[in-house]
Design a binder for this molecule. Structure first.
Ligand code: ADP
Ligand code: MG
Length: 685
């Protein structure tokens, strides 16, 4: 029987259980996945160049013969060095950490190499390069370069995907409306996919990539638009509320709200009087005062007789929200309870019962609130902190615990508007774009590793004044790559060395929740002067007395990441200092990149810069970015395609464009067919 797109890839000619297992590591299960496994980039083989005619630093493809194997010494280890030659000269491949390479590039072999060389000590040297063994005079063409996994070679994948394309390409379903396709002259799906793998030329590659990206964006935006419309059509009964609780609260509050906070509150209160449920994202930089705004909104919900839930991605954060909420609501007759995986037994039963009987007004906790035993009497407002760590699906399941409750999502990750549109397309967006007054600034310095002693002195000085400090490291413990500094060794080094007179604590992601809480509380109670940590302290940790943050090997982080970290200081009334200490080996470009952190504290600007330089995965985490396989890496083009796709999808769904008959058929197909399921699976919506 003939195979089809939805068959398991292991039945394909040349694939068996063994290879299909390896393919699954790349996310390839079905024949369809194979066709949609788009290349990372392409190698232009139409022109093979020779050493003599390529300048230093210029990227090119060469055809070499392997002449000799030898080795060189680096960081206490031997690494392979391979001598190669073409008809115009000799070159040396410095193969850092590529021990296996001599088994592949055997002496006498002819192979293709892509990369650029440098001249050092009279040698023509390659250290970063890709190679390919396709030695039997290949047609000179543009070849796809795929992301690989152990045991699958570039050559094998090319052949397999080429074969799959020849067999199945024409059976790929058209997945966007004919009307849209015609409007943009997009061409049929099969030939677009083929073109993205094995393009005719660079121009048609670019066009095919854009067409496929647009189609993916369109489908995602269609899912979002459908959800959005469903939501709009829900009719809620809204009780009137006077805002008295809020007035009481504001009267006691020790500060006045910023204009931005007031504006966002108004937007929320307007939503709370609409018949449809609220779905609103509050975006604002760390410390901009999102939490207060959310708490005031909760008071409005409580006044109507409802209950509220606040959910955070980690236990530490949830605990902190719990304490903050208790502190703010002191003396207001509001009952709160904390729920996480570690609240069990009798305590848990009591809370569950309290929620059911409405003895508890606000539940604050982690995803443990999803579990089935937790039921509310009348859940009317859900507040979710740091949404991008959750995903759309979970947002839905907490909402399902009430009768279409209102929902506020708080995000401290400033995302440029175009990107938040794709990810949070079904949410309305409010931005708190103003910091509370009287904030003492954070001074950021970039310090060379050689001058780290100055940083230690500053830390000592601050501690003497009664302040506290963070030291941040990229990993928890020693890894294979011994160049990366780790928290545990650094903790021991600092504690027993330069800071042996001081209290030093350690916090990292592999501690269990109890251990983490313990350490955090000790730091808060000032038992520790210094906290050595990994990025677990990135979000929410609130210790106003901490005024120094030292980020070692700062070049290893995304800028937004460091910006979040930096938000842990400057929270009190004391001037604060952030020291970014790049590694000795950091190149000029990476060094300069850090400068933007010195120049601005505007999270949106920083995020936008990150996004341009490193792509959205950097800011959002790959799985959550809500962006299809992202085969185009040009930020501006994506931005353009995204907003176009969103506009088109909304108009299409609302019947503003395209022929009606086609639309009805298409949407019916879309919602009931694979497209929608795939999109939902894809985006977790
Ligand atoms: P976010 O959640 O946006 O990071 P928070 O709500 O935690 O910010 O607020 C950070 C700190 O600023 C808290 O200590 C809070 O009490 C305080 N704060 C919030 N709004 C104001 C304001 N308008 N004026 C002064 N301080 C404020
Ligand atoms: Mg906060």
């Amino acid at each position: 029987m003939a195979l089809n797109l939805n068959d398991d890839v292991q039945y394909l000619k040349g694939v068996g259980p063994n290879i299909s297992e390896k393919l699954s590591k790349l996310g390839i299960y079905k024949v369809r996945d194979l066709l949609c496994y788009f290349p990372r980039n392409h190698e232009d083989r139409r022109e093979v160049k020779t050493l003599r005619y390529v300048r230093e630093g210029e990227k090119a493809t060469f055809k070499f013969k392997v002449i000799r194997h030898s080795s060189f010494f680096y960081q206490g280890k031997l690494h392979p060095k391979i001598t190669v030659a073409d008809e115009t000269g000799t070159a040396y491949l410095y193969c850092f950490h590529r021990d296996f390479i001599t088994n592949v590039l055997k002496i006498g072999m002819i192979f293709y190499l892509s990369g650029s060389y440098t001249r050092r000590r009279n040698e023509t040297a390659f250290s970063r390069f890709e190679y390919d063994l396709d030695e039997k005079a290949p047609e000179l063409k543009i070849l796809p370069v795929y992301r690989l996994t152990a045991g699958l070679s570039q050559r094998f994948l090319r052949k397999l995907i080429g074969f799959a394309l020849s067999q199945f390409c024409d059976t790929l379903e058209e997945d966007i409306p004919g009307f849209i396709k015609k409007a943009y002259n997009l061409g049929n799906k099969g030939s677009l996919v083929r073109e993205v793998h094995f393009p005719k030329d660079m121009v048609s590659l670019r066009k095919a990539k854009e067409a496929i990206s647009y189609s993916e964006f369109f489908k995602y935006q269609l899912v979002v638009a459908i959800n959005r419309n469903r939501n709009v059509n829900i009719k809620k009964e809204r009780k009137i509320f006077s805002g008295k609780l809020k007035e009481d609260f504001l009267r006691k509050l020790q500060f006045t709200l910023t204009n931005a906070q007031k504006r966002v509150l108004e937007e929320i209160e307007k939503d709370l009087n609409e018949p449809r449920p609220m779905n609103r994202l509050i975006q604002g930089d760390v410390g901009s005062g999102k939490t207060v705004v959310a708490l005031i909104s909760i008071l409005n919900a409580l006044e109507r007789g409802g209950q509220a839930a606040i959910m955070a991605p980690t236990e530490i954060l949830a605990k902190q929200h719990f304490y903050t909420t208790e502190r703010y609501f002191q003396g207001m007759h509001v009952n709160t309870a904390f729920i996480s995986g570690s609240v069990r037994g009798i305590d848990r039963k009591e809370i569950v019962l309290g929620l059911l009987k409405k003895k508890i007004d606000i539940a604050i906790g982690t995803h443990a609130m999803f579990s089935e035993d937790v039921q509310f009497n009348d859940l009317s407002l859900v507040v979710i902190d740091e949404q991008h760590k959750f995903g759309v699906l979970q947002r839905g399941s907490l909402r399902a615990k009430g009768d279409n409750p209102d929902c506020i999502v708080m995000s401290a990750t400033p995302i440029p508007r175009t990107l938040s549109m794709t990810i949070y397309g079904d949410l309305d967006i409010s931005v708190i774009d103003e910091m509370p007054e009287g904030r003492v600034g954070i001074e950021t310095h970039i310090v060379k590793q050689a001058e780290i002693d100055r940083v230690y002195e500053k830390v000592k000085e601050e501690v003497k004044k009664g302040r506290q400090a963070f030291f941040i490291y990229p990993v928890i413990e020693e890894t294979k790559n011994s160049d990366i500094k780790n928290a545990i060794d650094s903790y021991n080094r600092l504690k027993n060395g330069i800071f042996k007179e001081l209290g030093v604590g350690l916090l990292h992601g592999r501690m269990n929740d109890d251990e983490k809480n313990e350490v955090m509380n000790r730091f808060k109670d000032h038992e520790y002067d210094i906290l050595v940590a990994t990025t677990v302290v990135e979000v929410g940790v609130d210790v106003p007395n901490a005024t120094v943050m030292v980020v070692e090997q700062a070049e290893r982080y995304g800028l937004s990441n460091i910006h979040q970290l930096r938000g842990r200081i400057g929270r009190g009334s004391h001037k604060s200092y952030c020291f970014l200490v790049p590694d000795r080996s950091t190149g000029r470009e990476a060094f300069n990149r850090l400068r933007i952190l010195k120049d601005t504290v505007d999270g949106f600007r920083i995020a936008e810069y990150d996004l341009r330089m490193r792509g959205p995965g950097e800011i959002l985490g790959k799985a959550q970015s809500g962006i299809p396989s992202f085969i185009i890496d040009d930020f501006d083009i994506n931005t353009k395609l995204i907003s176009r796709a969103q506009g088109d999808a909304r108009k299409y769904i609302n019947g503003e464009v395209g022929p009606n008959e086609e639309r009805d058929k298409y949407i019916d197909n879309f919602v009931n067919g694979d497209s929608y399921k795939n999109a939902v699976r894809y985006f977790g919506g």
